[in-house]
Design a binder for this molecule. Structure first.
Ligand SMILES: Nc1ncnc2c1ncn2[C@@H]1O[C@H](COP(=O)(O)OP(=O)(O)O)[C@@H](O)[C@H]1O
Ligand SMILES: [Mg+2]
Length: 510
């Protein structure tokens, strides 16, 4: 094994009485990619801010050794001078400046006393090319997408000599191709001898790129393994602090009658030459969890939105609920028919941050808790209390804003909102995106419980392990069509990927 580049001993840091870190020991080997994982609040970002001088020497306890010498940083600039670069979880670019200006902020090249803009642009262009980025050095940061901004931060870190690169949850805002580019880059940097610390809560990423993984929990380093010598269940158990025999609490149970039948559903897209949905037929039974898999743009969300009456576009084909054809052209129609949809993006459409937890629960059931135009607050509270209890939503007061809850609990509130409408079919679009592992397991348990009580669940997910782990059957979509329907037993990662990429078209079975 190689020399450690960084050693931390007994690191502790408090924030007004909160122990963010207590006695952390961490070793980073020279030239490795070390992943650090842990649930929200475990202390990962705080630890990285100590390594990078955001919290200078004196604002924490414990000792740090870098390249065999004590490291006493008094400023982030010190860290940069030592070759330590960090890409923070929150973006740090100046939006009113261009990409090139941001990348060279504070170390602009000069010639004859003037900022050498030409050289700045040229070197920025080289960096952008290296990262496979297509925007110009002159683009204003305010015009970049979140993913592009994140990649610009990475370019900025690479503009200087880097020995130790720290990435704090860099992929949460990146698209799949951007993630691939980032991972190629990390591998390339590793070949050049750069050491990286990679923070993430996505374990598939950890196994994909890291040599070792350290688990932080409640401000302590709990365990470190070589990624080749551990597995998901062990890491998850260490992260949540209790044994998780199984990340996916799926078990066999009786499946009931067909409740939802979709026949030859086609949705035209006037903007494109091929339909958004092309001759979709499938059925969903009571008590069944049907996984819906496919690449981005395969039509999964369009299918969910069409069933919920929010998708535009001309439609042909039939939707039958309990054997009766229903016409769904608005969410009201869908709710009346017994279909509920938990949308993909909690922050954009589902979660109303300026409303209380209670209001967020009752929102889709206002009729039930109102007399005429008047909301009966006691009924509303009763409804919220019932579901908060059933779903074990952890909150001291249902009158608090939903924003005060953790991501996992916010998601449960939204599930509660839809359960309150007493649906027969529950559509979940990416139900565990952005929640940490402990909360994921709780959401899976909840799905199992609902299914056992007879709820028919259509689960859209981009995470293959989740699809394979929780579904009774799996629909794979490719370019607006159903490529195949697989039984749980016959499905595996390779088969689903194959079908999703259109490599092979099997016949549809119901
Ligand atoms: N600037 C701060 N002020 C007060 N508390 C903080 C601050 N930064 C972090 N904390 C607290 O320290 C703990 C660890 O936070 P953090 O390091 O951000 O965790 P992670 O990155 O693993 O999610 C949390 O309880 C968090 O609320
Ligand atoms: Mg963090």
């Amino acid at each position: 094994m190689s020399e450690p580049i960084l050693e931390m001993r007994g690191i502790a840091k408090d924030f007004e009485g909160v122990h963010a870190l207590s006695q952390v020991d961490l070793t980073v080997e020279s030239g490795e990619i070390l992943a650090i994982v842990g649930e929200n609040g475990a202390g990962k970002s705080t630890l990285m801010k100590i390594i990078s001088g955001v919290y200078p020497h004196g604002e924490y306890r414990g000792e740090i050794t870098y390249r065999g010498e004590p490291l006493h940083l008094s400023h982030t600039r010190d860290a940069q001078n030592r070759g330590i670069a960090i890409i923070h979880q929150e973006l740090n670019l100046v939006t009113g400046m261009t990409v090139a200006e941001n990348i060279f902020l504070g170390h602009e090249p000069h010639s004859f006393g003037w900022v050498d803009r030409k050289r700045m642009r040229r070197e920025t262009q080289e960096l952008l090319d290296r990262l496979g980025l297509r925007f110009s050095p002159d683009t204003f940061v305010s015009n970049l997408s979140v993913g592009q901004s994140q990649m610009t931060e990475i370019a900025k870190a690479l503009a200087q000599e880097v020995e130790l690169l720290i990435l704090d949850e860099p992929t949460s805002a990146l698209t799949d191709p951007e993630i691939d580019t980032l991972f190629e880059l990390l591998a390339q940097l590793k070949n050049q001898g750069v050491t990286s610390i990679y923070i993430s809560h996505k374990l598939d990423e950890v196994f994909r790129i890291a040599d070792r993984v350290t688990v932080l929990r409640d401000g302590s380093a709990i365990a470190t393994w070589k990624t080749s010598e551990t597995d998901t269940n062990r890491i998850v158990s260490a992260m949540v602090g209790r044994d998780i025999e199984d990340l996916f609490p799926w078990s066999a149970r009786p499946i009931g009658e067909t409740i939802l039948r979709v026949e030859n559903l086609t949705v035209e897209d006037p903007a494109h030459h091929r339909p958004l949905l092309d001759d979709i037929s499938f059925e969903l039974k009571q008590g069944e969890i049907l996984g819906l898999s496919g690449l981005m743009g395969a039509g999964r969300t369009e299918l969910a939105e069409t069933l919920f009456g929010v998708a535009p576009g001309r439609r042909t084909g039939k939707v039958l609920l309990a054997g009766r054809e229903v016409e769904i052209s608005s969410p009201q129609d869908a709710i009346r028919a017994g279909i509920a949809l938990l949308t993909e993006d909690r922050k954009q459409s589902g979660c109303l941050f300026n409303l209380s937890i209670q209001k967020n629960v009752s929102l889709a059931s206002m009729k039930k808790v109102s007399t005429g135009p008047w909301v009966r607050l006691s009924s509303e509270r009763e409804l919220a209390e019932r579901f908060a209890g059933e779903l074990a939503i952890k909150s001291s007061n249902l009158g608090n804003l939903i924003g005060t809850l953790s991501g996992g609990n916010q998601q449960k509130v939204l599930v509660a909102r839809w359960l309150a409408t007493e649906p027969r079919v529950l559509i979940l679009d990416e139900p565990t995106r952005g929640v940490d592992v402990g909360a994921k397991v709780e959401i899976y348990r909840l799905m199992m419980e609902l299914a056992r009580e007879g709820m028919a669940i259509l689960m859209i997910s981009s995470e293959l392990p989740e699809i394979l782990g929780m579904s009774d059957r799996i629909l794979v979509m490719h370019e607006g069509r159903i490529a195949a329907c697989l039984d749980r037993e016959e499905a595996d990662q390779e088969k689903v990927m194959h079908l999703a990429t259109g490599a092979e078209l099997a016949t549809v079975s119901d």
